[in-house]
Design a protein around this ligand. Sequence first.
Ligand SMILES: [Zn+2]
Length: 256
Amino acid sequence: MNRNPPLDVKKILRDEVGFGCPVQDCGRPYLEWHHFDPPWHEENHHNSEGMIALCREHHIQADNGAFTKKQLHDLKRSGKDNWRQISGKFNWMRNRLLAVVGGNFYYETPVIFQFRGQPIIWFERDENNYLLLNIHMLTKDNESRAYIQNNEWYNVGGEEDIECPPSAKKVKISYPNGDMVSVEFFELNTIDDAVKRYPDASISEWAIEFPITAVEVTNIVANSGLEFNAKETKFGEGNIMKNCFSSHCGAGLVIN
Ligand SMILES: [Zn+2]
C-alpha cells in the first residue's frame, strides 16, 4: 500500500479544511496528508476519518507528536471555519497574475516556465478561483526531487530544504547540489505599486487591471548552466530581451 492516498480520499480531506491548513492562523494552501488514527506506522490505511490535510510544516510537527488525536479530530471538524476566518489573508491568490521571469513580464499566462515542451512551473485555478501552484523541478541527473502538483506536495522527505512562510507568499525548494526553485508573490494593488516594484518597465502602456499579484520566479539547475530569476536569464548564449510585456500567451519563458 502506497502512502499517497487515492483521489477521492484527498478530495474529502481537502474539502474538510476548506482551502488551507486547518491549524489556527496557518492556512497555508500547500498540503500533505497526515495519517493519525491510527498512525501510518501502526497500520497502513487511507481511511479519511483517521486522516487530515496539513501544510508541510504542521505535518512535520504532527509527526513529532505536537497534536493529540483529539486535537486533530477537532481540527477536522473546525478546519473549514478556521479557513473562512483567515481567508482574507489569501485574497491575493484570486487576483490576476503577472509573471516576472528573466526580466520579462507575462500577464495572465498560466504556464510560467516550459522546458522542452513540458511545463515546469505553472498555475491552475480551483472552483473558487484560487491559484493552484505546480512546480516540477528540473535536475540535470534525474535525481529524485520534491514537487508540487495543484498545491499538493509530493515526494518530500529527501535532501530538500523547503521554505514556505505562513503568508504562503513564498515557496522555495533547494537541494545540496545547488538545484533551486523559488516562487514569490507580491500584491500590487495599484499601478503605483507596480511602478515602484518595476521602475524600468513601461507599465502605464500595458493593458492590465489592478489589483494584480506579481509572481517572481528563480530557478537554478545545477551543473547545467540553466539559471534565471525575475531580472535575468542565463543559459547558452545568454538572453537578449528585457522588459517585454506579453499578455495571455501559451507560455512565458520557453526553452526548447
Ligand atoms: Zn499549517
